[in-house]
Design a protein around this ligand. Structure first.
Ligand SMILES: NC(=O)c1ccc[n+]([C@@H]2O[C@H](COP(=O)([O-])OP(=O)(O)OC[C@H]3O[C@@H](n4cnc5c(N)ncnc54)[C@H](O)[C@@H]3O)[C@@H](O)[C@H]2O)c1
Ligand SMILES: O=P(O)(O)OC[C@@H](O)[C@@H](O)[C@H](O)[C@H](O)CO
Length: 387
């Protein structure tokens, strides 16, 4: 079986690539990073090591790679002949890979009518649907009908902490042992792709919201408060008692929303939360607050990990979630110079003011309680010691 995976980065190699290999696929990685592409083609294998006492190691074999800038035709052929297509490139990059996927799928239809599943493994709600929309933009009305008959883009939730890598071996990846990959099977045409370790569900919404609004909301809040306190490492941030309290409170707010909306039992959810906080504190992983806080514009969007649970909380309980609001204000203060989106927000605040920046980043409207609270917390943080 042949897999094509876009994005040979941390999650691509350390999570998706490993599971595809363990399921018997030969994986073709597609990437724009010349060094990684060349190394994959030279070695045809790499190692994945667990960040735990045992340091268990796995060898991922039968891999190669295509540089999509230099060899777009090869990518088109690979997609045309694939048994599964996956991606973990980042939400903002999906529109950049959609053109090649569309061309690959068009070519596939000229040679076979075999169904194909394409899964975007990004931290976002509706990642595969978004990729599908971008692919459909490349098609005629007739082609769209054919695509809808043969190709599935099921949404997915993926969970495994893979920090930025600092290994001498550039292909090796250190990952936490925990993982969860949940795929919406209600969208799949034909049979579910055989991937070991994937949980197929009929309704993904509870799973993606639970993951994004617990793991990623908690992670983001620790990262932004850690950064503002001058801390560069996620462990150290969690050792700070104020930040520890902040994450517990934020996850109580998202937990209240999640357990009220879905059938998660409160006790089990509390255990899920504690497990996640322990994962963040895994001493065998060294993760940067600036990796976890990366791309604050994306993280502040109204359908992402901070603003969406906050708006849902207000809608559901008619109360304001103070700690989520503090997390949003901290994200607006995040000024890491090497992060283009952080710079964009800081420039916007300097040139247009904080009101404009809140509206532009979160799409919330001035005058609403949530908007005014974010503004107030932002101002408080600006004069408090933390900044
Ligand atoms: N790292 C984690 O802990 C983790 C966990 C779950 C989900 N995710 C999600 O997985 C996705 C990838 O994250 P990551 O941490 O692996 O990032 P990463 O930066 O390590 O990997 C992204 C890869 O995509 C490649 N890329 C960029 N533009 C491309 C293009 N046009 N075509 C093909 N490849 C391209 C990059 O060169 C890089 O190798 C993100 O959406 C992230 O939110 C990450
Ligand atoms: O990848 P992002 O930028 O959406 O979020 C940063 C981290 O929270 C994220 O990568 C986690 O490590 C991951 O989602 C764990 O499953």
């Amino acid at each position: 079986m042949n897999a094509v995976h876009f994005g040979a980065g941390n999650i691509g190699r350390g999570f998706i690539g490993l599971l595809l290999h363990q399921s018997g696929y030969k994986t073709c990685f597609v990437d724009v990073n010349e060094e990684i592409v060349d190394l994959l083609n030279e070695k045809k294998q790499y190692t994945v090591k667990f960040a735990e006492e045992s340091q268990k190691e796995f060898l991922v074999e039968n891999v190669h790679a295509i540089n999509s800038i230099k060899n777009p035709e090869s990518v088109i052929n690979a997609v045309a002949n694939a048994d599964i297509v996956t991606a973990a490139v980042g939400a903002n990059i999906l529109p950049l890979i959609s053109g090649l996927i569309a061309k690959g799928l068009k070519k596939r239809l000229t040679q076979s009518k075999k169904p194909l599943t394409i899964i975007a493994c990004e931290n976002m709600i509706g990642g595969s649907t978004f990729l599908k929309e971008k692919v459909l933009e490349e098609l005629t009305a007739d082609e769209k009908i054919q695509f809808n008959t043969y190709f599935s883009f099921p949404n997915a939730a993926v969970d495994r902490i893979v920090p930025n890598q600092t290994n001498a071996d550039k292909l090796a990846v250190v990952v936490e042992p925990f993982y969860e990959w949940v795929v919406d099977e209600s969208e799949i045409k034909g049979t579910n792709p055989p991937i070991q370790g994937v949980t197929f569900v009929q309704n993904l919404e509870p799973f993606i919201e639970r993951k994004l609004f617990t793991v990623n909301t908690g992670h983001a809040v620790v990262a932004y408060f850690g950064y503002l306190a001058g801390i560069r490492n996620m462990h150290e941030a969690l050792e700070n008692m104020e930040i520890r309290e902040m994450i517990e409170r934020v996850l109580q707010e998202t937990g209240r929303y999640l357990t009220t909306t879905y059938s998660f039992n409160e006790k089990e959810h509390a255990e899920y939360v504690q497990k996640i906080i322990n994962r963040f504190a895994n001493p065998y992983i060294s993760d940067d607050t600036t990796r976890v806080g990366r791309s604050p514009m994306r993280k502040l969007k109204n359908n992402d990990r901070l603003v969406r649970p906050a708006t849902k909380y207000v809608e559901m309980f008619n109360e304001n979630p103070l700690y989520l609001v503090k997390g949003i204000a901290a994200a607006l203060h995040y000024d890491f110079k090497e992060d283009p989106e952080a710079n964009e927000i800081q420039t916007m605040i300097e040139q247009e003011g904080i009101q404009f920046a809140i509206e532009e980043t979160t799409s919330l409207k001035p005058g609403t309680d949530l908007f005014e609270m974010i503004h107030e917390q932002y101002d408080r943080m600006a004069i408090s010691k933390i900044k």
